[in-house]
Design a protein around this ligand. Sequence first.
Ligand SMILES: C[S@@+](CC[C@H](N)C(=O)[O-])C[C@H]1O[C@@H](n2cnc3c(N)ncnc32)[C@H](O)[C@@H]1O
Length: 229
Amino acid sequence: MAVELENVVPLGRSLKEYKLMFDLTDNDLDKKILGVADGIASFNVEMTELGNTVVSVDPIYSFEGKEIKEQFYNVIDSVVDQLKATQEDYIWDIFKSPDEYKQYRIQTLEKFIADYDLGKRERRYIIGELPSLDFEDSSFNLALCAHLLFFYSKQLDYEFHLASVKEILRTANEVRIFPLLDVKSINRSVHLDPIIRELESEGLSVELRKVGYEMQRGGNMMLCIVKEQ
Ligand SMILES: C[S@@+](CC[C@H](N)C(=O)[O-])C[C@H]1O[C@@H](n2cnc3c(N)ncnc32)[C@H](O)[C@@H]1O
């Protein structure tokens, strides 16, 4: 299914944020990493600058940089207005205010855009979408997926979640997903417990890990799934 750009809220996080969200150690950063739904995160470009290996996959990469940038500037003010209207649902620690959040998101976008065309040529930004990815089995040591699965639990049903998690596990030996809260909620995603039960029944090792990133109040847990090798 083709992604409609006007339905996407293209916000991207930085390497610093990925490190916190996914509890990434120096050893993790050295792994061959797949960033699923990386969108306009600057994780890929910042990692590449450090000599690390990240491939990002997202349907948004079917668009030109200028179209993605335009969509970002179309939505950023309404995102910030929503944050201002619901400030008590968030922890203002990593960002001191919604305005600081906006400036940081602009910096992240600009870093991504400056790298986008080169990254596409180098096959670091690949067009693709869950629940089916065009990578060989176990091509990556670690896959990271932020702000898609569990986050959009109302829009994406249980079957989509299960198929997507299994598909990411097919491509990587370890999968980490953050956050585990629904986008508009302070409660865990309704899909989380059934997914954990299903994965454990298949003999996979599943861990819920507290991490050092909490912007959504209570949203400081990551799901880590390890495949037997
Ligand atoms: C909120 S952004 C998160 C970007 C990044 N992971 C981060 O945390 O900064 C959600 C991303 O999911 C992507 N997306 C939407 N549907 C997808 C799908 N079926 N498979 C993979 N990515 C998808 C969107 O294009 C968008 O870039």
